[in-house]
Design a protein around this ligand. Structure first.
Ligand code: FAD
Length: 548
């Protein structure tokens, strides 16, 4: 009989390991017992509250609980915070931001411990190219940049650039430098790796009739030429096949890139999105990819900065449950109802305009006219789920081969491995916090979400420890605490046909005083895209109000 763990989910340990790490692995993994003294919990992401939005309950505030504001921002992730930040930069103060969770930041949230701050989601951005003036403005304000180089490109202060060694990969019992596995490659593997990079160089150098790059950050600055948008019609797997690119290690790397940035496999990812990943971060053909900017708490540093600027305007722990455009002419006037989940009170907000910076799928539950008749585009937004765990270690596990890096990836695992929170601070000894990332790339995102929500803490801890045990047999003994975040609607999936198929373009248009802003409107989930949409929506509102 398989051993039944102390889990409350009703699944055996073997069933859970088989579902997450594969059956052969589960058989082997079951022989590694969970450490008895491990503490931890499932944190954050208020699933229960999110689900209450969908019950269709009739919410009604008492007459004394109505508030008036010029603009209401719904959602305090990067997009919502960016909208608030833009308002204040324009000298516009008549707004409030409402966030469902008790902390701001959305998928870029972070935590802290006596050893180090650590991320719960997003952990880096690429250094911006000179055309991304928006992001440069923010990074200048934060003191991250130190002027320009000879080509006019921004120079990032050394301490914010990801320290070496940046990446390593575990393969057959040993760690190797980098993410592409050079060790043991054949001449054919090498030739295909070069051919792939040549294709990328082609797109890096490509310009359309208006001088726009094929793939720019934010994506709105890139080309919408038919030659480029056609790449969205096929999957990255098909694109590789069409070029006879079949080298297993090349396919592994491209698949890894899709899982890492989009939580999807190369069969599930549009070729446009996968090529964007590789081509948008190079200045020019054959250049190195732009360096990475990171902090111990990952993009939590950006959250803390933005939140710090707009703190007075932010109300946490309030979920918007109903948006009702009241102006028959449809330009101004939205009544919003919000549930305070600490007190169970319903509050009303009477706003001229709303910036809706929450994910698009929620509009069908929250936006009253959509609830009655959801537009077609809403159903086309699909989201992948992620499990993230933070392991609090009394000491680092020893390594065979290349030493501990910032990003540590296991070749044979469906997870993405772990990022080391203490790395950026140059602390190379003693306790640390490892952030473990697992994207659920199942074909059916809804089934994957149900699967993840059915996991209790014990199940999650079993998966994380069994997976890391491949590279670190003593990981269980070194872990003092393990906390888990289950991100249900973690990331928009750039499935073939989604990015240029019209849904996100339709969803981005203002609707009766409601201006939409979320990274899902780009079809790819990145800090820069969230930031862009927040600022864009804020500027739409400022223009509509006649504020310069
Ligand atoms: C595990 C993980 C790792 C990632 N790593 C990176 C990375 O390294 N680099 C990178 O650039 N990007 C990364 N991302 C992508 C990340 O999603 C974006 O960078 C960015 O944080 C998205 O911001 P957003 O504002 O668009 O969305 P969200 O973060 O989804 O913010 C939406 C906000 O709206 C709130 N909300 C929802 N419903 C309501 C409601 N009814 N009322 C009020 N508020 C509501 C939510 O609580 C949330 O705070 C990662 C994402 C995940 C999940």
């Amino acid at each position: 009989m398989p051993r039944r763990s102390a889990s409350t989910s009703g699944f055996t340990r073997r069933e859970i390991l088989a579902a997450y790490l594969g059956l052969p692995f589960a058989l082997a993994g079951c022989s590694t017992p969970s450490p008895p003294a491990l503490e931890g919990e499932i944190v954050g992401a208020s699933d229960a509250l999110g689900h209450r939005l969908r019950t269709g309950a009739s919410w009604k505030p008492t007459a004394d609980r109505w508030h008036r504001t010029g603009v209401l921002i719904v959602g305090g992730g990067i997009a919502g915070l960016a909208a608030a930040w833009r308002f204040l930069r324009a000298g516009f103060h008549d707004f409030l931001l409402i966030e469902l969770e008790t902390a701001a930041g959305g998928n870029s949230r972070y935590g802290s411990s006596p050893v180090s701050a650590f991320p719960w989601g997003a952990h880096y951005i690429a250094a911006p190219l000179q055309d991304n003036r928006l992001l440069i403005g923010l990074l200048e304000e934060m003191g991250i940049l130190e002027g320009r180089d000879r080509d006019g490109e921004p120079v990032v202060a050394e301490q914010y650039l990801c320290r070496d060694p940046q990446e390593r990969i575990f393969y057959k019992g040993r760690w190797y430098e980098g993410l592409y596995l050079h060790a043991g490659e054949s001449a054919e593997d090498r030739a295909q790796w070069q051919a792939f990079n040549k294709e990328i160089d082609h797109w890096v150098g490509w310009r359309d009739g208006r001088g726009r790059r094929a793939f720019a950050i934010p994506m709105a600055a890139g080309s919408d030429d038919a030659e480029i948008t056609a790449l969205d019609k096929i999957s990255m797997a098909e694109w590789l096949q069409q070029r006879n690119l079949t080298s297993p290690r090349l396919l592994w790397l491209v698949n890894y890139a899709c899982r890492d940035d989009y939580g999807a496999t190369l069969e599930q990812t549009s070729a446009w999105a996968a090529l964007f990943y590789f081509a948008s971060r190079l200045r020019r053909p054959r250049a190195e990819a732009q360096p990475l900017i990171t902090w111990p708490e990952g993009n939590g540093r950006l959250v803390a900065h933005l939140h710090g600027r707009v703190r007075d305007k932010v109300r946490l722990g309030l979920a918007v449950v109903d948006l009702h455009p009241t102006d028959p002419a449809g330009r101004r006037g939205v009544d919003a109802l919000a549930l305070d989940h600490a007190t169970e009170q319903v509050l009303g907000f009477r706003a001229d305009q709303v910036v809706f910076a929450a994910p698009q799928f929620l509009t069908r539950y929250v936006l009253r006219p959509y609830r009655e008749q959801p537009p077609r585009h809403v159903g086309q937004f699909e989201y992948g789920s992620w499990m993230v765990a933070n392991l609090f270690l009394r000491d680092r596990p020893p390594s065979h081969g290349f030493p501990l890096a910032w990003d540590n990836v296991i070749y044979e695992s469906p997870s993405l491995g772990y990022v080391v929170a203490t790395h950026q601070r140059g602390i190379d000894r003693g306790g640390s916090v490892f952030t473990y990332y697992y994207p659920l790339c199942d074909a059916n995102p809804r089934a994957a979400r149900t699967k993840l929500q059915g996991m209790d803490w014990q199940n999650c801890a079993d998966v994380v420890l069994a997976d890391l045990n491949r590279a670190h047999p003593d990981i269980g003994a070194l872990t003092e605490r393990l906390d888990v975040m289950r991100w249900g609607h973690a990331m928009i999936r750039p499935s073939p046909g989604f990015i240029w198929g019209g849904a996100r373009q339709a969803a981005s248009r203002p609707y009766r005083g409601i201006h939409f802003a979320h990274s899902d409107l780009s079809g790819i989930s990145l800090f820069e895209e969230a930031f862009y949409h927040g600022v864009r929506a804020a500027e739409e509102v400022l223009k509509a109000r006649g504020v310069a």
